[in-house]
Design a protein around this ligand. Structure first.
Ligand code: FAD
Ligand code: NAD
Length: 474
């Protein structure tokens, strides 16, 4: 006899595990199937985000940033440390420990919420049945009233630079390196290229990043991208724009990478090459031929704005469906799917999803860039405020960057907030809330911000929109 559940979720990344917990909170019986295995061969819930993405990358960014600051800033603060050294094994042990704690935490949350966590492979069959194959057992059929697919994504491989796990590597391998490569190449100056390039550059690698596009961070506001580009250059990150990589050959001494740009053909040699040119939806072995789910031409599961597939009662969320590949977007879709299954009203506001790049300076934004607002034809006004004029930033010795706000000329609505600077990823939350509530610039202007705080820069930028900044010449 097959086991029956109200909801079966396939995938326990931030999309799937959150959906499972939310569905259980609604009083439904829930199973969540996940097959992720870490390099030690052990299973862990949490998907890419917790095991090989958001969390381990932020652990390494923090450690490398502290090392960099100890070497470059402590002296200014009057702190003497003696000879500075690195213990990569200890750094990696800390990263692995954080991952273990958080992924173990999901197993605990499943237990507390009475979600049945099933380790193994899940496959959607016709009629809302799911075939569950445990790691070391026979397949079992689960019957579900509703199914949520949350199978995530995988790195895109370039045909001329295949991953070998040793010298040509993906972001997961790049997070777990046991030694600092002397020369590190990265293909792609996107979010992963910049974050992981920063980690290893701070720890001592000579980093070259090859980016196909002519514009740096084409998806970000130009003013913010320009500040970031200048600072990354100062830090020693060699970012080559308009660089079309044509070949990457791994040999005994590393990798020879060839690329073309406007100036001609070039070749560089590196010890490791990270390929970070985007990710693709992952649906291998997920769908039986007669499951009825439609994939688009890029392999994404086709869903409507409520994350419903064309099969009644089957939803899909996260990286395997359209929209930005971000953990918080996946989780919100998981919550929406579970709420809709429970018969509640739910939606995701796709216009208000924050983006954060955890480099130093950090880069964060929400809403429209100035170019997008210009293109929309809506008359706008804008204001910005530099961290160099912010007391807290000065005290922190972190004065690079600024806050920029773009608002509608007609009704004063805030349309976009762009930050490059210290703690931008934390500061952006205020802007997200403002956009979620359709706040006006005046709303932010009249909101009291604690002094001294980095957030005062948001206040001042809002004042600057109407040429009323108090601590800076407008
Ligand atoms: P995933 O997290 O990929 O989870 C899918 C899970 O489903 C996996 O465990 C997989 O093994 C399992 N699965 C797949 N198919 C099956 C099957 N048939 N049966 C059983 N199990 C299956 N995003 C941010 O918002 N902030 C960040 O700072 C950030 N940093 C990142 C850093 C790196 C290096 C990378 C690679 C990504 C980062 N991301 C970040 C992106 C983020 O990790 C993803 O957007 C997020 O993990 C997507 O969640 P998901 O639940 O859709 O999929
Ligand atoms: P990305 O889309 O951010 O960047 C890929 C970059 O590679 C782009 O700039 C693209 O122009 C370039 N590129 C593509 N093909 C190329 C080629 N052949 N040669 C040279 N350059 C090429 O993708 P990513 O950095 O791989 O990250 C994957 C996903 O993971 C992203 O969607 C991102 O949202 C997510 N992620 C998010 C965070 C975060 O939120 N902080 C961190 C890491 C990853």
């Amino acid at each position: 006899m097959s086991r029956k559940f109200d909801v079966v979720v396939i995938g326990a990344g931030p999309g799937g595990y959150v959906a499972a917990i939310r569905a259980a909170q609604h009083g439904m019986s829930v199973a969540c199937i996940d097959e992720w295995k870490n390099r030690d061969g052990k299973h862990a819930f949490g998907g890419t985000c917790l095991n090989a993405g958001c969390i381990p990358s932020k652990a390494m960014l923090e450690s490398s940033e502290l090392y960099h600051r100890a070497g470059h800033e402590f002296k200014k603060h009057g702190i003497k440390t003696g000879e500075l050294g690195l213990d990569i094994a200890a750094m990696q042990k800390r990263r692995a420990g954080i991952v273990r704690q958080l992924t173990g935490g999901i197993a605990g949350l499943f237990k507390a919420n009475k979600v049945e966590g099933l380790v193994g492979h899940g496959k959607l069959l016709a009629g809302r049945k799911v075939e569950f194959t445990p790691d070391d057992g026979d397949p079992e059929i689960l019957e579900a009233k509703s199914v949520i697919l949350a199978s995530g994504s995988a790195p895109i491989e370039l045909p001329f630079a295949r991953f070998d796990g040793e010298t040509i590597i993906d972001s997961w391998d790049a997070l777990e390196l046991e030694a600092i490569p002397e020369r590190l190449g990265v293909i792609g100056a996107g979010v992963i290229g910049l974050e992981l390039g920063s980690v290893w550059s701070r720890l001592g690698s000579k980093v070259t990043i090859l980016e196909a596009m002519d514009d740096f961070l084409f998806m970000a506001d130009r003013d913010v991208a320009n500040v970031a580009a200048r600072d990354f250059k100062k830090q020693g990150l060699d970012i080559q724009l308009g660089a079309k990589v044509t070949a990457a050959k791994a040999g005994k001494k590393g990798v020879k990478v060839e690329y073309d740009d406007k100036a001609g053909s070039h070749a560089i040699e590196v010890d490791k090459l990270i390929v970070a040119v985007g990710r693709k939806p992952y649906t291998e072995g997920l769908l039986a031929d007669d499951a009825g789910i439609q994939l688009d031409d890029r392999g994404f599961i086709v869903v409507d704005e409520d994350c419903r597939t064309r099969v009644k009662g089957v939803f899909a969320v996260g990286d395997s469906v359209r929209g930005p590949m971000l953990a918080h977007k996946s989780s919100e879709e998981g919550v929406m799917a579970a709420d809709l299954i429970a018969g509640e009203i739910a939606e995701v506001n796709y216009n208000v999803i924050p983006s954060v790049i955890y480099t130093a300076p950090e880069i964060a934004w929400v809403g429209k860039t100035e170019a997008e607002v210009k293109e929309s034809g809506r008359p706008y006004k804008k204001g910005s405020f530099p961290f160099a004029a912010n007391g807290r930033a000065k005290a922190m010795e972190q004065t690079t960057g600024m806050v920029k706000i773009i608002s509608a000329e007609d009704d004063d609505e805030v349309l976009g907030v762009h930050i490059v600077g210290p703690m931008a990823g934390e500061l952006i939350s205020e802007a997200v809330l403002a956009l979620e509530f359709s706040a006006s610039t005046e709303d932010i202007q009249r909101t009291i911000h604690a002094h001294p705080s980095l957030a005062e820069s948001i206040h001042e930028a809002a004042l600057a929109v109407d040429k009323r900044a108090l601590n800076y010449m407008n």
